[in-house]
Design a binder for this molecule. Structure first.
Ligand code: ZN
Length: 322
């Protein structure tokens, strides 16, 4: 199945005489970069969110990254989430991948890689730069020792914490990533992906939830960081960002865009709607579809934006038969 002028190519393998389709995150990211588009990364903490993310990606025929932070993994179960995502990838022969978002200890990163996660965000950005470099380099070695094809993302600069509604904007101006720091960090750690601070911020302000204000990105800085770092770049804290800035950021070198708070807001609204519409209902699968639909609206809108950032509508070429 192909949409538009470009498509994502799986690797076909034979196993017991049957042909299987295998996708690798590294190749999918390279193909998206060549097409001028980015991969959407959406956090999940339950099956409602996972169903919504997968449904919109399948519908639009674009690859997708599912993420879970340490807290989200603790709630849903690290191995359980890995099994769910693997089952979707295999049953539908679809390029859906799993990322261990914001992991602050090597032990938890090891757990995720052993469970089968495709990527890990090893986040020691709160530590002094040299300490961040040293420990991230050790983590890259240890994690690739377990699975050589796992992608490790490192983080520098300050983009705030907490994918939730904040009452005040933190002052992040002094934590912006410089091209020089980006190059030094990438060269001395061996990371595959860099998460820079380029005007992005975790969480949303109340005014952003209502659409009165938008986050603005430093597109020039993204371009300079990309030229210096020469690796894949992730934009964290993408919720509530100006659409045009997101398009420009992707054109400037962003490969993965994280959206979490917008999903959480939609999840809550959808759940409240579902409960309000059926005040006497107790059957979960009659209430929860309202939440799935509300989240799906957000994921579809973001995936469309990310995949036509380079004006190239990209599609999944797969044996998806269902
Ligand atoms: Zn993040």
């Amino acid at each position: 199945m192909t949409v538009g002028g470009c498509c994502f190519q799986p690797v076909r393998t034979e196993h017991h005489g049957e042909e299987h389709v295998v996708y690798a995150l590294r190749e999918i990211l390279a193909q998206a970069q060549a097409a001028g588009s980015a991969i959407g990364h959406f956090n999940v903490a339950d099956l409602v969110l996972l169903k919504a993310v997968f449904a919109s990606a399948r519908d639009l025929k674009v690859p997708v990254l599912v993420g879970a932070s340490e807290g989200e993994r603790e709630f849903i179960g690290t191995r359980q989430l890995a099994a769910l995502v693997k089952s979707l990838r295999e049953e539908f022969e679809f390029p859906i991948f799993l990322n261990a978002d914001h992991t602050h200890s090597l032990a938890k990163a090891v757990d995720a890689v052993k469970a089968g996660f495709d990527a890990v965000v090893f986040d020691l950005s709160a530590l002094p730069f040299e300490q961040n470099v040293r420990q991230t380099r050790e983590a890259v070695e240890a994690l690739k020792g377990i699975n050589p094809s796992v992608l490790v993302e490192g983080e520098i600069g300050d983009i705030g914490t907490g994918s939730e509604i904040h009452t005040q904007a933190p002052d992040l101006s002094r934590g912006l990533t410089t091209p020089d720091d980006a190059r030094r960090f990438v060269e001395s750690t061996g990371i595959d992906i860099l998460a820079p601070a380029v005007g992005n911020m975790h969480g949303m302000l109340e005014t952003m939830v209502h659409g009165e204000t938008r986050k603005r990105l430093d597109v020039e800085r993204i371009r300079d960081v990309k030229a210096a770092a020469r690796v894949l770049l992730t934009l964290h804290g993408g919720s509530g960002t100006d659409d045009d800035d997101l398009r420009k950021a992707i054109a400037a070198g962003i490969n993965i865009v994280h959206i979490n708070t917008e999903l959480r807001v939609a999840w809550r609204r959808g759940l409240e709607d579902g409960l309000a519409k059926k005040p006497k209902e107790v059957v979960p699968y009659r209430i929860l579809p309202a939440a799935v639909d509300a989240v799906r609206e957000v994921t579809s809108s973001r995936l469309k934006l990310f995949s036509d950032g380079g004006k190239a509508l990209v599609g999944v070429s797969s044996g998806a038969r269902r």
